[in-house]
Unconditional design. Structure first.
Length: 94
């Protein structure tokens, strides 16, 4: 996996590529962020299948905003969530 040239603030929380891929394979909710030609962000929930050779297949149409953005700029960000809901506390935790 590629990293940005911006250093991670909490290096002590960095996980290995294999740990990140394992989490992504088992995540019930996955989101992909792209940017359009003007640099405007676009984030959508996606259906993803990960293969044993670490290839990600994303279900979707062959046309549309997501594909237009990837064609213009192939850099994407995948993130995941393991649950959904609201956090009851309004206090920030470190």
């Amino acid at each position: 996996m590629n990293e940005t040239n911006i250093p991670m603030r909490r290096r002590d929380r960095k996980m290995s590529d294999s740990e990140a891929l394992e989490l992504l394979k088992n995540a019930p909710y996955v989101f992909m962020s792209t940017a359009d030609a003007e640099g405007d962000p676009y984030c959508v929930p996606i259906n993803i299948v990960m293969t044993d050779d670490e290839t990600a297949y994303i279900h979707g149409m062959k046309t549309g905003r997501k594909i237009d953005n990837i064609t213009h700029n192939p850099h994407v960000c995948l993130s995941y969530a393991t649950s959904k809901g609201t956090i009851a506390s309004t206090k920030t935790k470190e």
